[in-house]
Every structure is written in structure tokens, then in C-alpha cells.
Design a binder for this molecule. Sequence first.
Ligand code: C5P
Length: 230
Amino acid sequence: MNTRRIALIPAAGIGSRFGSELPKQYVQIGEKTVLQHTLDVFAANERIDHIAVVISPDDSYFDVLINLPHNGSVHRVGGSSRAQSVFNGVNELVDLGIATLSDSILVHDAARCCLPQTALNRLLDHTEHNYNGGILALPVADTLKQQNAHQHIARTVSRVGMWQAQTPQLFQAALLQRALANVNLNHITDEASAVEQLGISPMLVEGDSRNIKLTRADDAALVAFLLTQM
Ligand code: C5P
């Protein structure tokens, strides 16, 4: 059967660490909003069949600020956590018949707007025949410190074999639904960790240091620079 690749972009967060009135996905950097940059990365890749955005039910910015790609859909089913937004989104995609259970879902943070096409294609290439799915990630470069109760160093943690998770994270819709139905959605910070709890090991595919998540206001200058390099 011919399976399709569907990008699922959770964009229902309020971005409390970013510290602006406007949710960070709607902040303009360069010519466009952060979310628009992100959507346009997927729209420019011919291997992506559909782009679904999950926003908050009371979002008042999307319709004004965003041009939905011609192969896109918007879903006002955002929840109280990122994982809840993703779960609601994938369920709605399946219920509406936009996705079948065997389609591949690529979950990608709205706030990672500098995703290079090379990294996206690498994930698609490596996960094509892989039932476990896979994620973009980078080997940890810095030395890792565990803190004690006084924020002094308790010990040094080996960085050997340690990776930092990025997105997209790609799974078959059926696996993603099963994994997210099985966990406390307020306690997980990425989809892979839900899949791991089923005893399945998703593949680690080398990401890209440019694929950063806009988190704090002072990340904006770096994101603006990276966007000029894409
Ligand atoms: O807050 P954080 O940067 O971890 O959010 C990652 C992504 O998840 C963002 O794109 C954000 O909009 C989205 N999110 C969501 N629903 C929430 C919280 C976050 O869709 N309740």
C-alpha cells in the first residue's frame, strides 16, 4: 500500500519562557512569522504529502497571520500539553480520513523554523522501511553535569552515547496513537519517549545544529541569522 507522509505541527503553546504577549510561533522574524517559516519548509519538500497544524481552540492569530500551504489543514484541537495537542491532532487526522493508520506522521515543533531540507530528507531516507520510526537528534557535544540541591555539581555524567532529541519525530499513525494513548500526556516532552514506553526503540538520525527551538527571546537573533543562511 502507498503510505503518505504527513507533517503534524503542534502550534498551540503560549510560549511562557519566551516572555512576550504574542505566542512565539506568531512572532515575526525576517519576512515571516515563525510558524509560517516552519510551514514553508514542509511545503517546499515534495516528499511531504500533507501539512496539518494544531492550534488552540481560542487562537485568534492564525487566520490573520498565516497563509496555509495548498496541501495544508488547520485543526483547533490544541490541548493543555504539547503531547495532548499532538494526540488530539493525530486522532482528528485519522477521524477525518486525512491520515490512514499506516501513514507516516512527522511531528515537528512550530518553533523549530530553521529545519534544513537536508536534515528533513535524511530522516525520510533512514526511516522509510523502519517500523520503529525515528527522530532527528544530535550527539551531545558538551560535558554533562548533574546538580545537587544547592546547584553545585554533584557529579559529571558521561556524554558517551548521549543524544539531544530534535524534531521531526516520525512514526506510523497507528504506532503514534497507541503510544500516546498509553502515557500520561502531561509528563512527556517528545513522542519518542511515549513510543519507548511500549518497548520499541526508534532510530536516531543525525539532525542539524541549525535546527534549534526558539525558546527564549534572546534566541530570536540567532534564528534570524540562521534563516538568512537557508
Ligand atoms: O513550549 P515548547 O517550546 O516545548 O513547545 C513545543 C511545541 O509544542 C511548540 O510548537 C508549541 O506551540 C507546541 N505546544 C502545543 N500545545 C501545548 C504546548 C505546546 O501545541 N499545550
